[in-house]
Design a protein around this ligand. Structure first.
Ligand code: PEP
Ligand code: MN
Length: 348
C-alpha cells in the first residue's frame, strides 16, 4: 500500500501516518520528493484499512498494490486451477488443459424438450448439460421455471444421457434442494452481488458457475468469487456473459478481453456464454470461435429442439446447421491451441 501526501502536508502529518502504521505492527518507508512525500507501507493490509488513512490530515490518496481478493488471486496461486463437475466416476474437467462445451435449453420446460435438447447438446460435443429450473426473469409475468419439478427432470435427463447438470439457483432458501439435484450451481448475472446467496452456495459443497454481473467490473466479479471461496469452496468457474454498454445491436456486449484479463488475475477457470451475450443465434457461432481463440476454458450455449415455441430466450437457441457449425468449431479449434476435448479427460 502506498500513501501519497498532499503538497502542503507537514512533517508532523507524515510522522502521524508513520506512527499509526507502526502502531498496528506495520512498517512505513518515507520517500520525500521535491513537491510530495509518499509513504510505502509493508504489513497486514487489513489492519491498515482499519486506520482510515484517507481521513488523516495531509493525506491526498491511498493506493493498494496487491489484489483485494486473496483466495481466488493468482498472486498466491500461480498455477491455473481445474474444476471437476459431476459425480464419482463421471467427472468432467473445466480448466487450462481442456476445452469444455456446456449446452442445453435456457429453461427446462418439459421432460421431452429437455431430453431432446440434451441429446442435441451431446451430439454437438457437450459434456455438461445446462438448463434452468429456477429462472430469474426480468418480468414477474414471464415463465419463472418449473422449480423442483424442473430439477427432477434434469436428474432424469442426466440418468438418460450421462451428462452432469448445471442449473441456476436464485434464492438462498433453494440452495439445499438445488445442490441435492445438480452437479454444479449457477449464479446468474442478476445475483452476482447477492452476497448471502454467494455464501450459501459456498457452503453447499458443489462446484459453482459464477456469471459476471452485467454491470460488474472484473474486480467486483472476482470479489464475488472471493465470497464463495471464503466459505471453503474453491471449485468456482467464472463465466463472461456480456456486459451492458451503449450498443443496442446485441443484447449485451461480450467483453472478450475479460477472458485473458481474468486468467492473468485469477487461477479460476473462465468460460464464455455467447448466447446470453448476443441474444441472437446468428452471432453465437462467431462469438464461440472468438472465445476459443482468446483462450476460454469452455463455452456455455443455449440449444432448443423448437426455438419458436421456447418459453425463454428462443431467439438465441441453436439447432440444425448452426449447431453443426458450432460442433465443428469446438472439435477443430481447441486442439490448435493445445487443448484436449474435456470428454477425453473425463474421469469414468
Ligand atoms: C442463464 O444462463 O440462463 C441466464 C439467465 O444467464 P444470465 O444470468 O447470464 O442472464
Ligand atoms: Mn436465458
Amino acid at each position: 500500500m502506498v500513501v501519497v501526501m498532499s503538497p502542503d502536508a507537514t512533517d508532523e502529518d507524515v510522522a502521524n501516518v508513520v506512527s499509526r502504521v507502526e502502531g498496528v505492527g506495520g512498517a512505513a518507508f518515507v520517500s520525500k520528493g521535491v513537491v510530495r512525500t509518499i509513504i510505502g507501507l509493508v504489513g497486514d493490509i487489513d489492519s491498515f484499512h482499519h486506520l482510515n488513512l484517507r481521513t488523516l490530515r495531509g493525506v491526498a490518496d491511498v493506493h493498494r498494490i496487491s489484489d483485494p481478493y486473496k483466495l481466488v488471486s493468482r498472486q498466491h496461486h500461480p498455477d491455473r486451477s481445474t474444476v471437476w463437475v459431476g459425480r464419482e466416476g463421471a467427472r468432467v474437467p473445466i480448466g487450462p488443459d481442456t476445452f469444455t462445451l456446456l449446452a442445453g435449453p435456457c429453461a427446462v420446460e418439459t421432460a421431452e424438450q429437455t431430453l431432446a435438447a440434451a441429446q442435441m447438446a451431446k451430439s454437438a460435443g457437450a459434456t455438461i448439460l445446462r438448463g434452468g429450473a429456477f429462472k430469474p426473469r426480468t418480468s414477474p409475468y414471464a415463465f419463472q421455471g418449473l422449480g423442483v419439478r424442473g430439477l427432477e427432470i434434469l436428474g432424469q435427463v442426466r440418468a438418460a444421457t450421462g451428462l452432469p447438470v448445471v442449473t441456476e439457483v436464485v434464492d438462498a432458501r433453494d440452495v439445499p434442494v438445488v445442490a441435492e439435484h445438480a452437479d454444479m450451481l449457477q449464479i446468474g448475472t442478476r445475483n452476482m452481488a447477492n452476497f448471502g446467496l454467494l455464501q450459501a452456495v459456498g457452503d453447499a459443497g458443489k462446484p459453482v458457475l459464477l456469471k459476471r454481473g452485467m454491470t460488474a467490473t472484473i474486480e467486483e466479479w472476482l470479489m464475488a468469487a472471493e465470497y464463495v471461496a471464503q466459505r471453503g469452496n474453491l471449485e468456482i468457474v467464472l463465466c463472461e456473459r456480456g456486459i451492458r454498454t451503449f450498443e443496442p445491436a446485441t443484447r449485451n456486449t461480450l467483453d472478450i478481453s475479460a477472458v485473458p484479463v481474468v486468467q492473468a488475475a485469477s487461477h479460476l477457470p473462465v468460460i464464455v456464454d455467447p448466447s446470453h451475450a448476443a441474444g441472437r443465434k446468428d452471432l453465437v457461432v462467431p462469438l464461440s470461435r472468438a472465445a476459443i481463440a482468446v483462450g476460454a476454458d469452455g463455452i456455455i450455449v443455449d440449444v432448443h429442439p423448437d426455438p419458436e415455441t421456447a418459453l425463454c430466450d428462443g431467439p438465441q437457441a441453436l439447432l440444425g446447421s448452426d449447431l453443426r457449425e458450432l460442433a465443428q468449431a469446438v472439435r477443430r479449434l481447441p486442439p490448435v491451441l493445445g487443448r484436449v476435448d474435456a470428454g477425453q479427460l473425463a474421469r469414468r
